[in-house]
Design a protein around this ligand. Structure first.
Ligand SMILES: *Cc1c(COP(=O)(O)O)cnc(C)c1O
Ligand code: SF4
Length: 356
């Protein structure tokens, strides 16, 4: 973490930056947007010859496009604040709660949908809130799973993580825990034997899963493979949630390779998400039509094990639904209407086609 690049000025000494990248920091909104952090490990994955279109570089080096906000976008695209049981504890579905353990990440992904929360340098949420959240869950036995998210919870130190998992486990020994982390893809050295053993200890009594985010086959390296193997050896299954990103992985061959390679290292591809309508991410979003078509073609090429569920999180807290033509109940121009789990018809305004 300490050797990461934290300013574009630093980075410019190692990588000639393009005008649209330099313009991000110079922009008047520069201070209010998602901060910049790039670990040396991930920096080394950049193909310097490929210029500013390189799929690794685009995920980590900000551009001025992030300051362009569209009216249909939002700082809180999934309306997580509306579903908060208390600050930092979200419950959108009957049986699952999400706990935001920290706002810190090893790398700030330029497509992040929780960009309004991530990177504010508040750090660990602290034991008071933790106790409060665990106390609430103790009184809500209908909640069966806890997603520990952020930020990236694996940026916490081992002691904090032990506290976090221990507090929830003490109050709710039956709770299945998922830890959402991009660290196996962006800072795999963090997945030490000690960390794996710690997670494995909690997985001994009731399952602990790690949900990671690999978006491109070039993120699968010897080090990320080792990180995954350590987790699996400790008894922690690893699942992957990719984001479909224009100009990065919206390509049949790239996705096919990604999901086959993940399956090959023991990581089950779980979701492929259409980009959320997060403010300042229009340049990454594909059209609904493209996501639907890629999903159909992938299903024809991949095994059931290697095939993720293509899904969209409907704006305004409409919820997650599988993105398939059978869930599409109507279309008027670029307005797509889907039926969610609750039977409500929710509109997804697909303006990506106009913004390409
Ligand atoms: C995605 C999500 C979940 C988990 O959904 P699964 O389909 O079970 O992976 C739970 N809560 C919220 C708020 C979510 O966004
Ligand atoms: S690690 Fe997750 S929360 Fe952090 S910036 Fe990346 S996508 Fe956002």
């Amino acid at each position: 973490m300490a050797s990461s690049f934290t300013s574009l000025g630093d980075l410019a000494g190692y990588l000639p930056l393009a005008e649209n990248e330099l313009a991000w920091g110079a922009h008047e909104q520069g201070k209010s947007s998602l901060q910049f952090r790039l670990p040396r490990y991930y920096f080394d994955l950049i193909d310097r010859q490929a210029g500013d279109g390189d799929p690794i570089r685009r995920q980590c080096v900000p551009t001025v496009s992030e300051h362009r906000m569209l009216p249909e976008e939002s700082g809180d695209p999934l309306a997580e604040e509306r579903y908060a049981l208390m600050p930092g504890l979200i419950r959108r579905y009957k049986s699952i709660a999400v706990f935001l353990a920290t706002d810190g990440c090893a790398m700030y992904c330029r497509h992040c949908f929780r960009r309004r929360f991530a990177g504010q340098e508040r750090g660990f949420t602290g034991s008071k809130r933790l106790e409060q959240a665990a106390g609430l869950l103790a009184r809500m036995p209908e909640i069966k799973e806890l997603l520990i998210s952020g930020g990236d919870p694996l940026t916490l130190n081992d002691e904090q993580l032990g506290d976090l998992l221990g507090t929830f486990r003490r109050r709710r020994p039956d709770l299945v825990i998922r830890v959402g982390s991009r660290i196996p893809a962006v800072l795999p050295d963090r997945v030490t034997e000690e960390l794996s053993a710690l997670l494995g200890e909690f997985a001994g009594s009731r399952a602990v899963y790690v949900m990671t985010q690999f978006n491109h086959p070039r993120e699968i390296t010897g080090k990320s493979r080792l990180a995954v193997h350590r987790l699996i050896r400790a008894g922690v299954p690893v699942y992957n949630q990719s984001v479909l990103l224009r100009g990065i992985n919206n390509d049949l061959e790239v996705l096919e390779t990604l999901f086959n390679e993940l399956t090959g290292i023991g990581v089950k591809p779980y979701y492929l998400f259409q980009g959320d309508l997060a403010a300042g991410t229009a340049h990454f979003r594909t059209t609904i039509e493209e996501c639907l078509t890629l999903g159909e073609h992938l299903a024809g090429r991949l095994s059931g094990l290697a095939m993720p569920v293509c899904a969209v999180d409907l704006p305004g807290g409409g919820g997650k639904i599988p993105l398939s033509r059978s869930h599409l109940v109507g279309q008027e121009g670029n307005q797509y209407f889907f039926e969610n789990q609750e039977g409500e018809i929710v509109c997804y305004p697909d303006t990506a086609a106009d913004n390409c």
